[in-house]
Design a protein around this ligand. Structure first.
Ligand code: ZN
Length: 238
């Protein structure tokens, strides 16, 4: 319980801080007490009461606007969240991920890139830089599927769809010339498709294959932006 309570404490804190509130600590205490009352009077679990209190606050138009304006530009994902990092890139966000990255290095990178840490490791949330909110971090329950992880992160930060980035490295995608790329395109694909994209970082080739369609369908279901149906095309060739 205390881990979940701490998690919500951090969420209340960043919501109020993002809104430019003056007495943040006091506001957080007030919200925690409100959730406590809701739990006792409504006969619901403390976790549900905290979630309801947070959702109610975050759903207010003012806070929704603030959250959209202060949504993180980039994320650093812990070693267990490689799949989520790829999906975030497809949604157009920078997401750094390295297998076996040590906690110190992960925090150093997050600080250097002004990135938000995404982690399933509750011990990481106890590190001083995170606890003191010098580095923003968000904890995800370790049992979620990648699709559910993405849903949670999108809702938490009010993310909206952007032009997709390379799922492999996060680089920007640029339109490629079909004829110049002929050697690299499988003949069957070459016959029916005219649009190709290259990663500006790793030079990987992408097109709108069935894989991309699957990813786009998932994102359309999750991302709240009314423009999400217009997800500016690109990513992964199969
Ligand atoms: Zn790339």
């Amino acid at each position: 319980m205390s881990r979940i309570r701490k998690g919500y404490e951090a969420r209340f804190y960043s919501l109020l801080k993002g809104a430019g509130a003056r007495r943040i600590e006091e506001g957080v205490r007030w919200l925690l007490a409100k959730a406590e009352r809701l739990s006792q009077e409504g006969g619901i679990s403390q976790t549900d009461a905290l979630a309801a209190t947070y959702e109610k606050l975050a759903a207010q138009p003012y806070f929704r606007r603030i959250r959209a304006l202060s949504a993180p530009e980039r994320f650093v994902c812990d070693a267990g969240l490689g799949g989520l990092a790829r999906w975030l890139r497809a949604a157009g966000y920078e997401a750094l991920w390295q297998a076996d990255i040590a906690d110190d290095e992960l925090l150093r990178k997050a600080r250097e890139l002004t990135a938000t840490v995404l982690t399933t490791d509750s011990l990481l949330m106890e590190r001083r830089l995170v606890r003191d909110r010098i580095i923003p971090a968000f904890w995800l329950p370790p049992t979620l599927s990648i699709a559910d992880q993405l849903t949670l992160v999108v809702r938490e930060f009010g993310l909206s769809a952007r032009p997709p980035r390379c799922m492999a490295c996060g680089g920007e995608l640029v339109r490629g010339d079909k004829e110049a790329l002929r050697e690299r395109i499988p003949p069957r694909t070459y016959r029916w498709l005219d649009e190709y994209f290259l990663c500006s970082e790793c030079d990987r080739l992408f097109w709108h294959g069935t894989h991309w369609q699957r990813i786009r369908d998932r994102l359309t279901g999750v991302l709240p932006s009314p423009r999400s149906k217009l997800l500016p095309a690109p990513p992964p060739g199969s």
